[in-house]
Design a protein around this ligand. Structure first.
Ligand SMILES: C[S@@+](CC[C@H](N)C(=O)[O-])C[C@H]1O[C@@H](n2cnc3c(N)ncnc32)[C@H](O)[C@@H]1O
Length: 346
């Protein structure tokens, strides 16, 4: 993955990211307890960490903000320093660099990061291992988007393709393989997480100018390092042309960012007397200890896959959202039977 911190920091986070942190996480009780140690994985230049994650945890002792690019940690330290935020270079895919926090973190948050991991299951496993018993992780990332489609298009274009031979990770695996929320739910559950909220939804985010969206897309385009420096402005223009071709414009003809996003809130099991791996047994134990009379499980929220949310600055227009909350009695086995028509994940 690649990030040009200067360009990236000029724009505000997507409104759908702000909604996830300030509404969805609050609804799940985030920010109600005095946390000791919170971790932000893939903090980039630290703007989201200090402006959005930190205010959620006003009484937190410390937030460890992690990024594998030393340049990001330098920028974050210079631009977004805060006494409660400690920036560290660390690769979430290399356990040796995060081992020192094993079993100590009460909340992990990660925005726009897990989709870039080469081994995503391993990333979930690392989160599981770093969390305290009962700790929770909240992940937000894009599965597919009009931007990723534009990047794929320019990668294959006659004009530019010679620069990108042998490069495969220019868009996340989820875009190439068309993963949906079930894919990530299964990964989380196979590791032993309890899934508290799992929603994938097409979200439309608006930008206020062509310059903003052009700069933002260029700043996160993984192909940029392979383009000769003297041709980067030309590449930026061509990339934007590919974005414009995708359609989805607002009334001022500025492209909308159309992305199917995954919002996931998962919890470590509180009492975990069993070795990891025996998930079915663990789930049975958890149900029994939480509810000895085999009463209802904690409600799980899911949402229909294709609902559409248009997000304008500060205002949410729910055009068609089929959120439903349900108490799901799971039989033995990892079987998720949806009451809604859209999704089934068996
Ligand atoms: C698109 S940026 C998002 C930054 C920030 N979370 C935000 O929402 O503005 C993704 C960040 O994740 C970082 N990243 C990607 N893979 C990582 C890994 N394995 N370990 C730590 N950081 C990683 C990248 O360096 C980049 O800064």
């Amino acid at each position: 993955m690649h990030l040009e911190a200067e360009f990236y920091s000029r724009s505000e986070p997507l409104q759908s990211v702000v909604h996830f942190i300030t509404v969805i996480l609050k609804e799940h009780g985030w920010g109600e307890e005095n946390e000791d140690l919170v971790m932000d994985v893939g903090c980039g230049p630290g703007k989201v960490t200090t402006k959005w994650v930190l205010p959620l945890f006003h009484d937190v002792k410390k937030i460890v903000a992690l990024d594998y690019l030393p340049s990001m940690i330098e920028k974050a330290t210079a631009w977004n320093a805060h006494p409660k935020v400690e920036y560290h270079v660390g690769n979430f895919e290399d356990r040796s660099t995060v081992e020192s926090w094993k079993g100590q973190i009460s909340k992990i948050v990660s925005i726009h990061c897990f989709n870039w991991f080469k081994n995503q299951k391993e990333g979930f496993q690392t989160a599981y291992d770093l969390l305290k018993p009962g700790g929770e992780a909240a992940l937000y990332f894009e599965l597919h988007s009009n931007f990723f489609t534009a990047v794929e298009e320019i990668t294959d274009s006659e004009k530019w393709k010679s620069f990108f031979k042998g490069i495969y990770n220019y868009v996340p695996e989820s875009n190439r393989n068309k993963y949906d929320s079930c894919h990530y739910r299964k990964i989380a559950e196979s590791i032993g997480f309890e899934v508290l909220f799992c929603r994938s939804e097409l979200k439309m985010n608006e930008f206020n100018s062509h310059e903003t969206v052009k700069g933002l897309y260029y700043s996160v385009c993984a192909l940029v390092p392979y383009v000769p420096e003297n041709r980067r402005e030309e590449f930026k223009d061509d990339l934007y042309e590919c974005v414009l071709k995708q359609g989805n414009r607002n009334i001022d003809s500025i492209p909308l960012h159309a992305a199917t996003t995954l919002e996931l809130v998962i919890s470590q099991f509180e009492d975990d007397p069993l070795p990891r791996g025996d998930l079915l047994y663990k789930q049975t134990c958890h149900r029994q200890s939480a509810s000895p009379a085999a009463g209802p499980e904690r409600p799980i929220q899911d949402a229909a896959y294709t609902s559409l949310v248009v997000i304008r600055t500060g205002i949410l227009h729910w055009l068609s959202s089929e959120m439903h909350s349900r108490t799901e009695k799971r039989a033995e086995g990892i079987k998720i039977a949806k009451s809604s028509r859209n999704v089934s994940c068996l």
